[in-house]
Design a protein around this ligand. Structure first.
Ligand SMILES: [Zn+2]
Length: 255
C-alpha cells in the first residue's frame, strides 16, 4: 500500500530523475518459477518468471549496469548505477527458470548457498521446492557465482561466537572444495547481523557482506544493504523499492 501511494504520487519518479546519484543496488531473490508452479512452501518468496523478466527489463531500460559479484569486489569507486542480482538459499529453480532469463540479458547472477542444504544434510522444505546439489552447482559455474549463505541458515545474531565462527568459516572450505572457487562474500540468513558479526566477517576476510539492512548503497564499503523482492512485487512496487522507498522508510523511522 505504501509503495502504491508513493508510486502514484509521482515522488518516486521525480526522485529517480532529479536527485539520485551513483549507487549500487543488491536485488535479492529466492525462488523464480512460472506462475503455474509457484504454489510451493514459502511461496511468498517466489517471484514468477514474467515479473522477474519485467524487473530486469525495467532496470536495464533505466540505465543500470548489471555487475557480477567478482566485478563488484574489484570496483574502485561507484561511478555509475549498478545492480547486483542475487539469489539466497540455492533453490534448484534458479537454474531451471531464472538462469535462461539472466542469460538473455547477459547478467551474471550470484547464488548464496546454505552448505548443509546443498549437501542434502538438512532440508527444511518439502520435495516440491528442492535445492541445487553440488553437481548442479558445478554444471553452472560458467554462468553463476556461488558464495556463502552460511552452513545452517540460523540467525547469526542468536548464536554464540563459536557457532558464528563456524557459520562464517566452514562454507568457505566446503564451497572451495566442491567448486574450486574462492569464497569472499556472505549473505546473512534472515538479514540477521550486528556489529560483532560484521567485525568477525571482516576478520575472516570477507570482502562483501549482504543484508546489512535494506536500502540503496551510495558508499562503497564491505557491508552492503539489500533490496528484497517477493511475490507481491509488481513492477510499480519494484520501481519504488529500488527507488525512494527505503530512503523514506529510514527517514520516517528516525523521526
Ligand atoms: Zn535465506
Amino acid at each position: 500500500m505504501f509503495e502504491k501511494i508513493i508510486y502514484y504520487s509521482g515522488i518516486n519518479y521525480l526522485y529517480k530523475k532529479l536527485f539520485q546519484r551513483p549507487h549500487i543496488i543488491c536485488v535479492g531473490y529466492h525462488s523464480v518459477r512460472p506462475e503455474a508452479l509457484a504454489e510451493v512452501p514459502y511461496s511468498h518468496l517466489v517471484v514468477n518468471t514474467r515479473d522477474f523478466e519485467n524487473q530486469l527489463e525495467y532496470l536495464k531500460n533505466s540505465g543500470y549496469k548489471f555487475i557480477s559479484i567478482k566485478d563488484l569486489k574489484s570496483l574502485k569507486r561507484i561511478d555509475d548505477k549498478y545492480i547486483l542480482v542475487y539469489f539466497d538459499d540455492g533453490f534448484k529453480d534458479v537454474v531451471d527458470y531464472a538462469l535462461p532469463i539472466l542469460k538473455k540479458y547477459e547478467i551474471r547472477g550470484t547464488v548464496f548457498v546454505v552448505t548443509d542444504y546443498t549437501s542434502g544434510k538438512s532440508n527444511p522444505w518439502n520435495e516440491k521446492n528442492t535445492f541445487m546439489t553440488w553437481g548442479d552447482i558445478r554444471e553452472n559455474l560458467n554462468n553463476l557465482d556461488f558464495q556463502s549463505h552460511t552452513v545452517s541458515h540460523r540467525k547469526l545474531s542468536k548464536l554464540d561466537e563459536e557457532d558464528i565462527m563456524k557459520e562464517l568459516t566452514l562454507p568457505r572450505e566446503v564451497i572451495m572444495k566442491e567448486t574450486g572457487e574462492e569464497v569472499f562474500a556472505i549473505s546473512y540468513p534472515h538479514s540477521s547481523f550486528n556489529k560483532r558479526i560484521q567485525e568477525l566477517a571482516i576478520e575472516q576476510d570477507y570482502d562483501i557482506t549482504i543484508g546489512n539492512g535494506r536500502g540503496l548503497n551510495f558508499d562503497l564499503g564491505k557491508h552492503l544493504k539489500k533490496i528484497p523482492t517477493s511475490k507481491m512485487s509488481n513492477i510499480n512496487d519494484f520501481k519504488v523499492r529500488t527507488g525512494i522507498l527505503y530512503l523514506l522508510n529510514n527517514t520516517i523511522k528516525r523521526k
